[in-house]
Ligand binder design. Structure first.
Ligand code: PEP
Length: 234
């Protein structure tokens, strides 16, 4: 059986002290699952130095460019250099607030692959949108890039992110099955599919029963180490 995957997405939260405390709480645990910490850029280097063998680091974004005159941007090479193994790409907050479209996301995926970073590609519909059509639109332009690469997909209904609203396990299973079959048509198999959107210690046990779901991308409930550990152990 595939190991379950738990990705913490801290977004723009935390302080240096909070990262120290978090790493101190998590590091003694020997996780059999894949546990990935998506921390803000300024803390990745420090977290890497505190990382135990059970933990992995993700950046929450990367530049679509490799290097040069892009003030404020962070490249895939820099992320690899400081010990990141994964990078979240296309989170709905980046799509919405930073106007990231498929063309930009495609460039970001390429930069990730060039630097041996494993992308965690986020997809999902906003309230009222046709889920299957959105997933089709978000994936089809990227298939040429994704085929024969190592990556993960995080299915995150945008209306479920940070709202406390969660689809039923049946609804998530249906979308997960759709994504799974969709990828299969392009002969892309064995891609871990994560669910994200208001996952908590209280609801994670039922979400673990979803078909084709290999793990979770967790925002708010991952900020406290005890809560994150509870979800991994649930
Ligand atoms: C997220 O940040 O992608 C997310 C799913 O957040 P939350 O768990 O807070 O809904």
């Amino acid at each position: 059986m595939q190991k379950k995957i738990y990705v913490a997405n801290w977004k723009m939260n935390g302080t240096s002290k909070e990262i120290d405390d978090y790493m101190e709480m998590l590091s003694p645990h020997l996780f059999l699952e894949t546990v990935i910490l998506g921390l803000p850029f300024p803390y990745l280097d420090k977290a890497h130095k505190l990382l135990s063998p059970s933990l992995h680091l993700a950046a929450q974004d990367l530049s679509e460019n490799s290097k040069g005159a892009y003030t404020g941007s962070v490249s895939g090479g820099m992320l690899k250099d400081i010990g990141c193994a994964y990078v979240i790409i296309g989170h709905s907050e980046r799509r919405k607030d930073f106007f990231e479209n498929n063309a930009k996301i495609a460039q970001k995926l390429l930069r990730a692959f060039e630097n041996n970073l494993i992308p965690i590609l986020c997809i999902g519909e906003t309230a009222g949108q046709d889920v299957k059509r959105v997933i089709n639109d978000q994936l089809e332009d990227l298939m040429g890039i994704l085929s024969e690469r190592e990556f993960m997909i995080a299915y995150e209904p945008v209306w479920a992110i940070g709202t406390g609203k969660v689809p039923t396990a049946e609804e998530i299973s249906e979308v997960a099955r759709f994504i799974h079959d969709w990828l299969n048509e392009f002969e892309i198999t064995d891609i871990p599919l994560l669910y994200g959107g208001s996952v908590t210690p209280e609801n994670i046990s039922s979400l673990k029963t979803c078909d084709h779901i290999s793990g979770f991308l967790i925002g708010g409930a991952s900020l406290k180490a005890e809560s994150f550990i509870r979800m991994i152990r649930a």
